[in-house]
Design a protein around this ligand. Structure first.
Ligand SMILES: Cc1ncc(C[n+]2csc(CCOP(=O)(O)OP(=O)(O)O)c2C)c(N)n1
Ligand SMILES: [Mg+2]
Length: 542
C-alpha cells in the first residue's frame, strides 16, 4: 500500500479511470486537491473557469462531445449551488459528469456553527441532483469511491455523480490501496426478446424507428436497420445525427408525427418516447419495442410489446443478425419519403428568417463540425431543419431546455474536441448567462465560434405575450451591450453581420481561426413562431 493524501489518492483514481481533464474553480476547502492536481499536471489538465456554472457546463459539454466521463470540482455551498443548473441539465441529459465538491470540517457537518460556505444538508442537495453521491471520509476510501461513482455513471441509465470531501480530509495522509483497472461490465442480451423484436419488426408493414441520445453511439447499426426495414428514423433534439440527414429516411419532428399516426411497429432506441406516448398517443394497433439502458424506462408510461435492456449498440447488432430471417420483402421507400420531405420543406418555409441563417451555417460548418444549440429562435428551427450528418455533432439541451446553457457548454465541447470546429449559437438573452467565460476561452485559448442573434428581447417570451396575452409586454425587452466591443475587450475576434450571406463570410473566418475565440453578432428582428411544428396534436388513441 502507498501512503498518500486523500487528494492524491482521488487524483490517482480519476486518472486510472481515464479522466485527463478537470474543470474547476478553486477555494480553500479544496486547496490540497489543487496541490495534488499541480503534482499530477503532466497527466491531468486543470481548466479553471470564471464562475462555477462555467466549469460545470464545460464538463457537461466535454462529456457530450466525447462520450467519455468528465469531472469538475468546486467549493461547497455557493460553489455547489452555482453549478446547480448544469448538474440538473447533465442529469436530464444522462451525461456522465462527476462533481467533486468540498465540504466543511468533517466533525462539524450538520451542526450549524456557521462555517465558511456551510449549507444545511449539502449531502442531501447532492442526493437530489444525482443518482450516486457519497463522501470520501479518509484517504483509503478514495479509490473505491471514485471507482463506484464512475461505475454508477456508466451503468444502466448514464448520468452525473457527486463526491464530497471535507476541508480537513483532503490533506490527511494514510495507506491507500492500489487502484485496479476498471472492469468492463458484461454485455447481457436477452435472446428471447431479440427474437420477439425481430419477428415483430420483420412483419411490420410501416415500421418507424425513434432515436434519442441513447442511440448516438449506435449510428452504424441504426443506419443498417433502417435500410433493412425501410424504416424512417426520427430524431428531434438529442437523437439527431444518428441517421445522416441526407438519407431520405431521416426525419425530424413534424414528419415523425405523421409517421407515428401510420406506424404499426415503433422501435424506440435510447429515448423516453415521452412526447410521442403522452401527447401523440398510443392504441392497440401500434406495437412499441424499446431498447434502453435503464431497466425502469420502457415501462414508465406503458408496458411495451418488447423491451431490450442494455446498450443500444450490441443489442442492435444482435437484431441485425436475427432480423433478416424474419424480414418481409420491402420495396424502397426513398421516393415516397423524398416527396414527403419536400412537402415538409414547403411548410417549414414559414420559418424563412431562421432557415436562411441555418443554410448559411450548414454551408460553412464542416461535416464533422459540431453545432451547439440554445433556447433561441434559430435553435428551435435547427432542431427541425438543420441537416446533421454525424452522431454527436448536434448538441441540444434535451428536456431541460435550459436557457443560458449553450455558450459555456460549447466551450467544453470545443475543449474536448480541438480537432474540429465548434459553433455555438445563442440569443442575446441566453448569451449573457455565461458570456463572462469569454475570459476562460481567452485564457485557455479555446477557439470556439459563437453567433449571438440579437433581437433586443427575450424574443420567445415576447412573441407569446404579443400573440396570447393581448400584447401586454412585461419583462421581455432587454438592453444589450455592443457585443462586438464586449468580445473584443476580452481579446476575442468579433464582427457584426446583418444578412445570411454576410454571416457565411464571418463564419468562414471564425471557423478557420484556431488560436482565438470568435463572436459574431447578428442583429435580427422578431422571427415567426416555430411552435406549430413542435407542439403537435394527438393522432392515436384518445
Ligand atoms: C433557465 C431558463 N430560464 C428561463 C427560460 C424561459 N425562456 C425560454 S426562451 C426565453 C427567451 C430567450 O431569449 P433569447 O436568448 O434572447 O432568445 P430569443 O427567443 O430572443 O431568440 C426564456 C426567458 C428557460 N427556458 N430557461
Ligand atoms: Mg433575444
Amino acid at each position: 500500500m502507498n501512503r498518500m493524501t486523500t487528494a492524491e489518492a482521488t487524483v490517482a483514481a480519476l486518472f486510472a479511470h481515464g479522466i485527463d481533464t478537470i474543470y474547476a474553480l478553486p477555494g480553500i476547502h479544496n486547496d490540497p486537491l489543487f496541490d495534488a492536481l499541480f503534482q499530477a499536471s503532466d497527466r491531468i489538465r486543470t481548466v479553471h473557469a470564471r464562475h462555477e456554472q462555467g466549469a460545470a457546463y464545460m464538463a457537461l459539454g466535454a462529456a457530450l462531445a466525447s462520450g467519455r466521463t468528465q469531472a469538475y470540482t468546486v467549493v461547497p455551498g455557493p460553489g455547489l449551488l452555482n453549478t446547480g443548473a448544469a448538474l440538473l441539465t447533465a442529469y436530464g441529459m444522462n451525461a456522465p459528469v462527476l462533481a467533486l465538491i468540498g465540504q466543511i470540517p468533517q466533525q462539524q457537518i450538520g451542526r450549524g456553527f456557521g462555517h465558511l460556505h456551510e449549507m444545511r444538508d449539502q449531502s442531501g442537495e447532492d442526493t437530489g441532483l444525482v443518482d450516486f453521491s457519497d463522501r470520501i471520509r479518509a484517504p483509503h476510501e478514495a479509490p473505491a469511491l471514485v471507482a463506484a461513482a464512475i461505475r454508477a455513471m456508466r451503468t444502466g441509465r448514464p448520468g452525473p455523480a457527486a463526491l464530497e470531501c471535507a476541508i480537513d480530509v483532503w490533506g490527511r495522509s494514510g495507506p491507500v490501496p492500489p487502484v485496479g483497472p476498471p472492469t468492463p461490465e458484461p454485455v447481457l442480451i436477452d435472446e428471447d426478446a431479440v427474437l420477439a423484436a425481430s419477428k415483430r419488426l420483420g412483419a411490420a408493414a410501416r415500421p418507424l424507428i425513434v432515436c434519442g441520445a441513447g442511440a448516438q453511439d449506435a449510428s452504424e447499426e441504426v443506419t443498417q436497420l433502417s435500410a433493412l426495414l425501410q424504416a424512417p428514423v426520427a430524431g428531434y433534439r438529442r437523437g439527431r445525427g444518428v441517421l445522416d440527414s441526407r438519407d431520405p429516411l431521416s426525419v425530424t419532428l413534424p414528419l415523425a408525427h405523421e409517421l407515428w399516426a401510420e406506424a404499426d411497429v415503433v422501435l424506440g432506441v435510447g429515448t423516453r418516447l415521452h412526447v410521442q406516448q403522452t401527447q401523440w398517443g398510443l392504441d392497440k394497433d401500434l406495437a412499441v419495442i424499446r431498447i434502453d439502458a435503464d431497466p425502469e424506462e420502457p415501462e414508465r408510461y406503458r408496458r411495451p410489446a418488447v423491451a431490450l435492456i442494455g446498450d443500444a449498440k450490441p443489442i442492435l447488432r444482435r437484431l441485425l443478425d436475427v432480423l433478416p430471417a424474419h424480414n418481409r420483402a420491402r420495396p424502397s421507400r426513398h421516393a415516397e419519403m423524398q416527396e414527403r420531405q419536400a412537402k415538409l420543406r414547403a411548410r417549414l418555409a414559414k420559418l424563412g428568417p431562421q432557415l436562411a441563417f441555418l443554410e448559411a451555417i450548414r454551408a460553412e460548418l464542416p461535416e464533422d463540425g459540431i453545432f451547439v444549440d440554445e433556447v433561441t429562435q434559430v435553435g428551435f428551427a435547427s432542431r427541425l431543419a438543420l441537416p446533421v450528418y454525424k452522431p454527436r455533432t448536434f448538441i441540444s439541451p434535451g428536456h431541460q431546455d435550459n436557457l443560458g446553457w449553450g455558450f459555456a457548454t460549447a466551450l467544453g465541447v470545443q475543449h474536448a474536441r480541438p480537432d474540429v470546429p465548434v459553433l455555438s449559437i445563442s440569443g442575446d438573452g441566453g448569451f449573457l448567462y455565461t458570456a463572462n467565460e469569454l475570459a476562460t476561452a481567452m485564457h485557455h485559448r479555446i477557439p470556439l465560434t459563437t453567433i449571438v442573434f440579437a433581437d433586443g428581447a427575450f424574443g420567445n417570451v415576447r412573441r407569446i405575450q404579443q400573440e396570447q396575452y393581448g400584447n401586454r409586454l412585461i419583462a421581455c425587452d432587454i438592453t444589450n451591450p455592443d457585443f462586438v466591443r464586449f468580445a473584443e475587450s476580452f481579446g476575442a475576434a468579433a464582427e457584426r453581420v446583418r444578412t445570411p450571406e454576410a454571416l457565411r463570410g464571418a463564419l468562414r473566418r471564425g471557423l478557420a481561426r484556431r488560436d482565438l475565440p470568435t463572436v459574431i453578432e447578428v442583429p435580427v428582428g422578431s422571427m415567426p413562431s416555430p411552435w406549430e411544428f413542435i407542439v403537435l396534436p394527438r393522432v392515436r388513441g384518445n
